[in-house]
Structures are given as C-alpha cells and as structure tokens.
Design a protein. Structure first.
Length: 317
C-alpha cells in the first residue's frame, strides 16, 4: 500500500545520501512529473538543484511567465530561458508532424545543453520519468523522453554524460499526484491536464508561424478558461484546440469573410491509450464558440471533435 509521506521521507534520505554535495540539473516542463521531481529534490539538496524551464514558444497563453512565477514561489532554484525564436527558426517551413517533433526535440537539447554548460561542476541530470515512461521505452513524452529518443542523433550533448537520477521512476501518475500533494504543491498545478512536449506545434496542422501560434493560444485560452469556469475542467482528462489548415467562408455585417476553422477536443481517459470524446453540454459549446468567433481575429468557424480513440488519436498530428 503506497503512502506518500513514507515515500517522501525515504526518497529525501536516499537522495541526500546519493547526491551528497553534488550539483544536479533538471529540465522543468510545467507538467506534474517534472514539478514533483523538482520539489522532492529541492527538499533533499536545496540550492544544489539547478532547474531550467525553457519557453519553446509553443506553450499555452501566458503559461511560461505564470508557471515560472509559480516555480519561484515554491522556492525552486529555477532559470527561465525564452528560446521562442530559436524554436520558430528550427520549425520554419516544416509541415510533416514527425519533422516538427524532431526539430523541437533537437532544439530543446541544444538549448538545454547551452544552459547546462553555463553551470560548472554539474554531476547529475535529474528527470521526472515515471513508471509508465519506463515501460513504454519508445514513448516520446516530455523533455525526459525527448532526450532518450534523440540519444543517437549527431553525437551526445555534453550533459548526457551526466549521471541520471529519476526519483519518481517507480510511481504511477496518481501516486505522483499524491506525493505532490504531500509536498504542498498547489492542487491546481497537480490537477493539470497532460500537455504534449511539442506543445501547440502538433495542434497547428501544417507549418508553424508566430501568427498561427497566437491565434491558437487565444482560442485555447477561451476554451480552457471556459471549462474551468463551468466546473468542467476536472471532469475532462485532456482538452485543447486545433487550428485547421483550411479557411471557410463566413459573413460579418455585409462582408464575406474567408478565415480559419478551429476544432475543439475534450476527452475522457485514464492513461491516454484509449479515450472517449466528452459529451460537453451544448450550452457550454455554444457560449465558447460564440466567444471564440467574437474575440479571436482570424477565426470564423468552430467545430467539435466527436471521435474516440481508437481509431482516432487524441492529437490530430
Ligand atoms: P495520441 O494523439 O497519440 O496522444 O492519442 C496520446 C497522449 O500523448 C500525448 N502526445 C504527446 N506527448 N510528445 C508528448 O510529450 C508527443 O509528441 C506527443 N504526441 C501525443 C497526447 O497529448 C496525449 O496525452
């Protein structure tokens, strides 16, 4: 029977013993796993933990600043690195989903490696790997596994020569959340929906531009804020918006418009392997659709995805 308190006590003692006075670097993603790993390590070794939080420019609206502030508020030794332009340059002109994922993984490694180089005498790389990541060895989830899947691409970055410490590697997601609660992490952060490592890039079908990212961030914010204010957020496993690569005709006043279509997606799931679309209330969908079309310039049509996994996937790319 899993007891989060005992886990924390054991791990803190074990980490102290293992890491001694060594310096440790960790990439924060804003997600539950890396956050819990960081807070646990911080409890064990304090300022010897150096956290790096990279903005790839593909996060949700205002997410980078908000989450960075939250991290600082938790007392973490964290550096925020805004690498938006580097990621945009790497993505320029790419349309293929796997090519986009690869470009993002590679850029993340370069940025992280540059940052790790600014630190001297680092001995360890900490990762928020959890048990399902360990079994699904080919999964590409979050910075940790992005690193793994790029192991053999063009030689190892220097920080890969570091020893690896993964304090959550025996835990399931719900256990990670319970450990996080024991550590006093904000329940809102612990209850966050999963969010893919490549971020909004795989929800913008086709090539990525700053303008498309801006449009999708606005649409996504209306949808997610709506779910929260209607008390629906915690009933959904994952939700988001997708910017489709088509324009549709609409009318505004006497004018004909020819603008973007967005799809909303909300699913119920336990592990992401299978998923059912959520029967969101029509009233809610109506309000959100109106708000998106009225507020977000460049969008004139909203559709709702009513496909389950399988055979559809959660993401569209
Ligand atoms: P699919 O679309 O395969 O998604 O049904 C299942 C879960 O995995 C997430 N996902 C990703 N996460 N990097 C990630 O870190 C990726 O490339 C990636 N692709 C999908 C997706 O958001 C869902 O939670």
């Amino acid at each position: 029977n899993f007891t989060p308190n005992a886990f924390v006590d054991d791990q803190v003692a074990e980490l102290k013993e293992k890491l001694q006075d060594d310096k440790v670097v960790l990439g924060l993603s804003g997600g539950v796993d890396s956050t819990v790993a960081a807070v646990l390590l911080n409890k064990a070794i304090g300022k010897n933990l150096y956290c790096i939080f990279v903005n790839n420019g593909l996060l949700r609206k205002n997410e980078f600043q908000n989450v960075l502030d939250q991290y600082k508020g938790m007392g973490l030794n964290v550096k925020g690195v805004d690498a938006t332009d580097r990621f945009m340059t790497a993505l320029a002109g790419l349309e293929d989903p796997e090519a986009k994922r690869k470009a993002i993984g590679k850029t993340f490694i370069e940025v992280f490696d540059d940052e790790a180089h600014l630190l001297t005498d680092v001995k360890w790389l900490a990762q928020g790997t959890i048990y399902p990541d360990v079994i699904e060895s080919v999964s590409v989830k979050g910075p940790s596994a992005t690193i793994k899947s790029h192991h053999n691409v063009g030689g190892l970055p220097d920080y890969m020569k570091l020893k690896i410490v993964e304090p959550l590697r025996m835990l399931f997601k719900d256990e990670v959340r319970r450990v996080g609660a024991t550590l006093g992490i904000d329940p809102e952060l612990l209850g966050r929906h999963p969010f893919p490592g490549p971020g909004l890039s795989i929800r913008i079908l086709g090539d990525i531009t700053k303008e498309k990212v801006r449009i999708l961030q606005e649409v996504d914010a209306v949808f997610i804020d709506g779910l929260k204010s209607w008390g629906l957020y915690d009933k959904v496993w994952q939700a988001g918006a997708i910017l489709l690569p088509v324009n549709s005709v609409g009318v505004m006043g006497d004018e004909r418009t020819y603008e973007k279509v967005v799809a909303l997606r909300a699913v119920e799931s336990t592990d992401g392997m299978t998923a059912d679309w959520v029967h969101l209330p029509y009233e809610f969908l109506m309000k959100v659709s109106n708000e998106i079309i009225n507020k977000v310039k460049g969008v004139n049509r909203v559709v709702y995805d009513i496909s389950s996994k399988p055979p559809a996937t959660i993401e569209w790319e």
